[in-house]
Design a protein around this ligand. Sequence first.
Ligand code: ZN
Length: 180
Amino acid sequence: MLLPIVSYPAPSLREKSEPVGEINAEIKKLASDMLETMYAAPGVGLAAPQVGRNIRMIVLDPAPASEPRKPMVLINPELELLGESIVSEAEGCLSVPLNYRASVKRKERVRLKALNLQGEQIDCEMDGFAAIILQHECDHLDGLLFIDHLSRLKRSLYDGKLRKQLKRQADEERKAASGT
Ligand code: ZN
């Protein structure tokens, strides 16, 4: 089932998410719906708060489009940031409107601890694209978006553009509603 994606500036994207307790049928269904929604978008990662659930679960697929799918579901993920700082170029987010993209500073490697859907403990190191997606998705669980990592100038330019767009949409909706 495709789930509606919550967009910035929705306040729920700013909440710190709660740990997942029992990995029950409802959590498994949510994971499968999140993967379906992510692939349909299309995107490479999705965090539960982006579909309106403030719980600590993310899905991702770091495989290049030319390779077979490699879906991952991670529950209660914890990251230790390792290695050098790198620039993640043209990062974007399904919850950040206008298809906005910008460069973000990330770490090149992470140590990941999480549970998979079977409740098994994962403890591994990841680098490259997977490490960047993990940092982006885990930020969502703490109420952070990639635009929070931008310079103040870049951020205010984006916010201004988005405000204009939202105002234009509201004006159009008002016009449509009044039938003029
Ligand atoms: Zn995102």
